[in-house]
Design a protein. Structure first.
Length: 349
């Protein structure tokens, strides 16, 4: 099982500038590369300071010049907000710039808050239609001339300019939860990225099961697709047995903010106020002890033990999700501990 870093600029107030947040992101990416991580992933979100990432492409292009081996993942492009020709061309250009290190993730979108501002109020659930139309169109554009007559997009014969360095184009990953999305991904030669969010490892078992069912249903697919599990991750020193609490509290704040965005609340100057703790008094998954069990929080040995179970399940990639509302110094120390103690345990696999 290999490791990747999933990272964004997280801005919770105006005490730290955007440019300093960016330098922090670059530092953590370079640390991950030196520590043996295979990929850095950056997603797409709009008009929200707690996930500052209106376009992963320029960020990844900059990182291409500041790194040499780590792969560069757009995780994920929100399909309804793009045009297939743009996706194909921009991903191919990043592949050229990086010497063939690009990976592309695609998703239907999650927040009505964004759809109200980008898509004139289109229901977020309708984004799946764009995703299903986007995938084969981009794959065809990478191969050569292609005309498209779909429900969402129509365009005459076109092609991707430039063409990707990687044969058949950058590996494509789909954010999946439902059995239908798993099946569509496998049928279209895509890998799958999943996140259990605040649920425990039984959810990981369930998601891997959906993936395995999809792969079994498509024996015609010659290349076995891969599955990546994305988890909020925080490693603390064994000398501090209560070190997990700071991470649990930080992730609690993160998900209360997630709830605020998901609830389509207003965000003055882009800052969403976390939903009040009282709202979740009857929600045990928000309790510190529950987050300790669900998020990948623990000492190096505790994290290694859980990751061994993921490896046994057949997880190909574990993504260290660094977003947690904590400081850069806390994130850096956690990543250093993961690199020093956890990564070596899996490098011989």
């Amino acid at each position: 099982m290999r490791f990747s870093l999933f990272i964004h600029m997280e801005r919770w107030d105006d005490s730290i500038s955007h440019d300093q947040h960016w330098e922090n992101l670059v530092e953590l990416t370079q640390l991950a590369e030196a520590g043996g991580f295979g990929t850095v992933w950056i997603g797409e979100h709009h008009a929200m300071e707690y996930t500052v990432s209106p376009n992963p492409m320029p960020q990844l292009a900059y990182l291409a010049a500041r790194t040499s081996t780590i792969r560069l993942g757009a995780g994920t492009i929100i399909a309804p907000f793009w045009n297939p020709i743009r996706v194909a061309g921009e991903c191919a250009l990043l592949d050229v710039i990086s010497g063939g290190r690009m990976e592309v993730g695609l998703a239907r979108g999650a927040y009505q808050y964004e759809f109200d501002r980008i898509m004139n109020g289109m229901p977020v659930a309708d984004g799946g239609e764009s995703l299903r139309e986007m995938v084969p169109a981009v794959q065809a554009l990478w191969q050569g001339d292609y005309a498209h007559e779909g429900k969402v997009w129509q365009f005459p014969t076109s092609t991707s300019v430039p063409k990707p360095v990687q044969q058949d184009g950058p590996p494509m990953w789909l954010a999946a939860r439902s059995p239908e999305t798993h099946d569509f991904a496998v049928a279209n030669n895509c890998n799958v990225m999943v996140t259990p969010l605040m649920k425990d490892d039984n959810e990981v078992v369930d998601l891997v099961g959906k993936f395995e069912t999809a792969t079994a249903a498509h024996p015609e697919v010659s290349r076995r697709p891969e599955i990546m599990v994305l988890r909020h991750t925080y490693v603390h020193d064994e000398a501090d047995p209560e070190g997990w609490r700071v991470a649990a509290d930080g992730i609690n704040r993160y998900y209360r903010t997630f709830d605020s965005v998901f609830g389509n609340n207003e965000a003055p100057n882009g800052f969403h106020e976390p939903s009040p703790e009282s709202k979740f008094a009857e929600r045990p998954e928000f309790e510190a002890e529950s987050l300790h069990r669900s998020a990948m929080i623990g000492t190096p040995d505790e994290v290694i033990t859980r990751l061994r179970e993921y490896e046994k399940l057949g997880v190909d990639e574990f993504s260290f999700w660094s977003d947690n509302s904590l400081s850069h110094e806390q994130k850096k120390r956690s990543l250093e501990l993961f690199i020093e103690h956890v990564v070596p345990e899996f490098q011989g696999a």
